[in-house]
Design a protein around this ligand. Sequence first.
Ligand SMILES: [Fe+2]
Length: 279
Amino acid sequence: MINSQNLSVNYYKKNGFLIIKNFHSKKLINQIKKDIFEISFELYRKYNPNSFPVKYSSETFDKFLLQAKKENLVEVTSSIYDACKKIRGFYQIMGNEKILDLSEKLIGSKKIGLLNRGFGVRIDYPHDRYWKARLHQDYTSQLGSPNGIVIYTSLRDVKQKMGPVLLYSKSHKHGVFQTSVNTQKVKEKKTYDPYYVKISKKLIKSFKIKYLKLNETDIGIFNFLLLHQSGFNNSNYIRWSLIHRIFDFSNTQSIENNYNGGLMEGNIYNSKKHEKFIS
Ligand SMILES: [Fe+2]
């Protein structure tokens, strides 16, 4: 008998990604947005004591963050970013049994772990280029194991104008790509990221692009080795993504590296220490 989970696993293995519609409850997503709204207000009003509390609305839950960004209140924007990791709803998502059960099947292991420093939010501001993620694979920055998955939860319906993430379908089958470092654009303050994937134009053009247009309550899952990059947010809304990452404790590379996580744990990917991993 063909069941829908088997179909999903097969689709994921073939393409390197999976989108599940209406996965989360509206109640949970709304709770997260409300928490963001409330902590943003508390932090913003330290700088603007005259600001009035306004009623929460699901559409404008991030209005104080947007306002702080417009006023260039860096301490407020970065504090909100950090505080988002402390929101309880995030832990409900990471502990969600359905996600963990499915992850075992996608990863193909019963021994799965969560990268404890590999979760957080992406806040893609309107018209921002500096923080836009360039073409990359999550494995080289997150480590854990090359056999792992990234899980995206969106806090707002992502339309094309909002610059959905571009997934390069089936690129996970090419293993780990080498990277080079170029600090020129970092020095020019055009980007924060000095890493570039080494890949031929011919190969990158051969992949079909899938835009990760998630609606609120949907989840997107993709392989640790799938090439992807941020789209440009040309809308007036922040594109919010809650991201967490699951890896395979039984992977030999992972054991070799003592289950270390990546940059956030102070570990830099070193190609010499990593076997070529083909998904
Ligand atoms: Fe990524």
